[in-house]
Ligand binder design. Structure first.
Ligand SMILES: O=C(O)C1=C[C@@H](OP(=O)(O)O)[C@@H](O)[C@H](O)C1
Ligand SMILES: C=C(OP(=O)(O)O)C(=O)O
Length: 409
């Protein structure tokens, strides 16, 4: 489905947009629920990634397919490694078979797991023979994906002697590791994270069993961008958010101040409002090593505002749903931008011209589709294969339409 977005404005004062639970929190809690069935989860994400995670955990089949869901692939690899007396194969989409997993497999095998590769060494699909892990200390490279580390931590409290993880080298996406630890703490698992060592104790007693997932901040980013690109005083509210978020992407509220967007909490809603214009001569400099998923949104916001930016800390973007650095450069340049990328950064030159009627390719990446959509405030554009959004945000297009953006097939 290719969607045409017509240049349009935003209607003010609509009812809040209800974004469902964070897919990161949801997929962690689903795994913990599989380990501790007393756990009940509220406001679970309705994303494909969460649906595939839940399906895999409740499946009795020995052939698991997580499609495009990175967290599901990584977390389930750890989970099935400790399911004694069960052997499974786990696979995913063609792209998933290109996303590296060796660092996690090596770490689990060092702990005593039995995981092997079915096609290319280092990549899914995997064969996992579940068994009791005999070791409890492991060293893992921390600069490629934090999901490998979260996967280990999530099973740590079920190991006889807990888990002692030493992180090797630069640590990427730290807020996601902290989210894992905080969720473990909420259910009563004792943890510590000092310097580069994380310790997980075996769980003595479940503390909280009813957990409510905060709505997804990465999904909120597209509305931040929409408000940043809109006229002064435009306002939108989103539910359900918390001031003390576990999600690193909540840094959006701070980042978007530079784009003239204010955030106000009203109960569990956030109200985003455009309160000032951005000076065309600014050059936005941001290190996004802690918030890689909002890089595409921010790059497109800057382009839409006609301002320059230099985004760094982006080395993980190359191994996500697509090579997001290459995809961003290609699509922004179709619209008239000048973009320079390196292996871990993106530089956008200021330009006030945005081309009309350009079709944006999305590369099977939900965030490519959603990041470019707010440009409809500035120009007519087409989003190719717009259904990709369901990976994290199935109702994105209807929610966008409710803001006043005109779209048609
Ligand atoms: O743990 C998680 O829930 C996630 C961690 C991040 O991945 P990396 O650690 O690979 O950067 C992020 O990009 C992804 O969308 C979700
Ligand atoms: C990178 C992402 O997801 P995952 O790695 O879990 O597939 C994402 O949602 O942007």
């Amino acid at each position: 489905m290719n969607l045409k977005l017509q240049k349009s404005g935003i209607k003010n004062q609509q009812s809040p947009i209800n974004i469902t639970g964070s897919k990161s929190e949801s997929n962690r809690l689903l795994l913990l629920q599989a380990l501790y069935p007393e756990i009940q989860i509220h406001n679970l994400s309705n994303s494909d990634d969460t649906v595939f995670m839940a399906k895999a955990l409740s499946s009795e089949s020995n052939a698991i397919d997580v499609h495009h869901a990175g967290t599901a692939m990584r977390f389930l690899t750890a989970y099935f490694a400790v399911q004694e007396n069960r052997t499974i194969t786990i696979t995913g989409s063609e792209r998933m078979k290109e996303r590296p997993i060796q660092i996690l497999v090596d770490a689990l095998n060092q702990l005593g797991a039995n995981i092997s590769y079915l096609e290319s060494p280092g990549f899914p699909p995997l064969k996992i023979k579940g068994q009791k892990l005999t070791n409890n200390q492991v060293i893992i490279k921390a600069g490629v994906s934090s999901q490998y580390i979260s996967a280990l931590l999530l099973i740590g409290s079920k190991l006889e002697n807990g888990l002692y993880v030493t992180l090797d080298g630069e640590i990427t996406s730290i807020p996601y590791i902290k989210m894992t630890l905080q969720l473990l703490n909420q259910i009563g698992v004792e943890t510590s994270f000092e310097k580069n060592v994380i310790q997980i104790k075996p769980l003595k007693e479940l503390k909280e069993t009813e957990l409510t997932v905060e709505s997804d901040w990465s999904s909120a980013s597209y509305f931040y961008s929409l408000i940043a690109l809109s006229d002064n005083q435009t306002e939108i509210s989103l539910t359900s958010y918390k001031m003390d978020s576990l999600q690193g992407d909540s840094v959006l509220a701070e980042i978007y101040k530079q784009f003239g967007v204010s955030t106000a909490f009203q109960g569990n809603s956030i109200s985003l409002k455009k309160i000032s214009k951005v000076n065309a001569s600014v050059n936005i400099k941001l290190d996004l090593v802690n918030a890689p998923d909002i890089a595409q949104t921010i790059a497109v916001t800057c382009f839409g505002l006609g301002i320059a930016c230099h985004l760094t800390g982006l080395h993980t973007l190359k191994i996500k749903e697509t090579d997001r650095l290459v995809a961003l450069k290609r699509e922004l340049e179709k619209l008239g931008a000048t973009v320079i990328i390196s292996k871990d950064s993106l530089q956008l030159k200021a330009t006030s011209m945005i081309k009309k009627d350009i079709a944006i390719d999305t590369y099977k990446d939900h965030r490519m589709a959603m990041a470019f959509a707010p440009l409809a405030l500035k120009t007519n554009l087409i989003i190719n294969e717009a259904e990709v959004v369901s990976k994290s945000y199935p109702s994105f297009w209807s929610d966008l339409k409710a803001t006043g953006i005109r779209l048609s097939e």
